[in-house]
Ligand binder design. Structure first.
Ligand SMILES: Nc1ncnc2c1ncn2[C@@H]1O[C@H](COP(=O)(O)OP(=O)(O)OP(=O)(O)O)[C@@H](O)[C@H]1O
Length: 357
């Protein structure tokens, strides 16, 4: 995106795509002054750069193969709506040969997810992508409304994150897809890298499972949150823009604020945190968990039971807090685990890589 030799208007920085209109945005990645004037009529430059960047990342990282079935994790939010729209456009434009689906998880949050799912149902028609909805109620017997009623607003995001990750995988299995693409943007990834460090959860940096997902993240990881908002807004995409009503106490929220502060001082901060996450090397002396399957539900797990089954057991026994406290684990027989069998599932032990959504 180099500027050519046309004369520039005095004083004004020009968009490096069309080299005619005033630049309105700066790319944090390259610090180039790019992307159109403030007039929406010339936002085409911005759309073109945004879509082409995603196309290039898909090609460079060989994210998809012709004939693959891909589920797009569709929350109804702006990022996954942009993802669904752009991926279906690129699939058509460049003949990727992908079978695309929308996959939504209904966590059972009245006044939030029910509304956003209505948006996804409209996207199904707008983009012509088949939609599959899987619900916590069907998979686990609990809605988030019921869980919050029982455990309150502290730690509820832990339940939701673990359940959602597994629900997406279960939905993917039902759809028989090869991959799930999620709308995590650079900000989300930087938060996750920081959270994994803050929690001492180094396994998340190294497990193969995470690497697969990380390469999918890369597709959107090159995009900064503002660009998503800008694209979704000016393209007039149909998305839902309310925060989850149960998330105000989430640990992730504090990491987000911290990163935003850093970004104000150093605009590259987000990209640098991601780079650190990608370059993270774990000492060969560190014992890494062995990937197996949950004895109870068959889901991928490095412990006897997967995290979802452990949390569910706590919920069903009416002892949810014991599932996430530091020193109060239960073993799978529901006994307090002063001396825990090493095969006992425990969320205290961070051996199983945990990935936040
Ligand atoms: N309920 C859900 N159903 C399907 N996919 C989901 C759901 N919640 C999150 N995801 C996936 O995980 C990504 C990141 O989750 P996040 O919590 O940031 O979503 P959001 O803020 O609700 O919406 P978005 O990221 O789409 O703007 C989403 O872009 C989406 O791909």
């Amino acid at each position: 995106m180099e500027a050519d030799s046309k004369p520039k208007k005095s004083g004004a920085r020009l968009c490096c795509v069309c080299n005619q209109n005033r630049a309105a945005l700066k790319r944090p990645k390259t610090l180039e002054q790019v992307l159109s004037s403030t007039s929406p009529s010339v936002w085409e430059c911005f759309y073109a750069v945004f879509e082409e960047e995603i196309h290039q990342v898909i090609l460079e990282n060989q994210l998809f193969k012709p004939g693959e079935r891909i589920a797009i994790g569709a929350s109804g939010g702006k990022d996954s709506t942009v993802l669904a729209y752009v991926l279906s456009e690129l699939n058509r434009r460049h003949n990727y040969g992908l079978d695309l689906f929308l996959l939504s998880v209904d966590e059972g949050i009245t006044g939030y997810r029910d509304d956003s799912l209505e948006t996804v149902k409209r996207n199904e028609l707008q983009y012509g992508l088949p939609l599959k909805i899987v619900s916590y109620k069907d998979l686990y017997g609990w809605t988030m409304d019921e869980i919050v009623k029982m455990i309150g607003l502290k730690n509820n995001c832990t339940f939701c994150g673990v359940f959602r990750r597994q629900a997406l995988d279960r939905g993917a299995a039902l759809l028989k897809v090869d991959k799930v693409a999620t709308g995590h943007n650079a900000d989300d990834i930087a938060e996750t890298v920081l959270l994994n460090i803050l929690r001492g959860d180094i396994a998340s940096f190294n497990s193969e499972f995470i690497n697969i997902r990380f390469s999918l993240w890369l597709m959107l990881g090159c995009q900064n949150l503002n660009k998503f908002s800008t694209y979704a807004y000016f393209k007039k995409l149909d998305y839902f823009s309310t925060e989850c009503i149960y998330s105000p106490n989430a640990y992730r929220g504090f990491a987000r604020e911290f990163i935003k502060d850093l970004e104000r001082i150093r605009p590259r901060a987000i990209l640098d945190i991601i780079k650190s996450g990608e370059d993270f090397r774990i000492s060969t002396a560190t014992k890494m968990p062995e990937q197996g399957t949950c004895e109870r539900c068959g889901y991928i797990s490095s412990q006897k039971w997967c995290k979802a089954c452990v949390l569910l057991e706590r919920l069903n026994r009416g002892l949810p807090k014991l599932g996430i406290g530091r020193n109060q684990g239960l073993n799978s027989d529901g006994k307090k685990d002063g001396k825990r069998d090493s095969r006992t599932p425990s969320t205290e032990s961070k051996q199983c890589g945990s990935l936040e959504f």
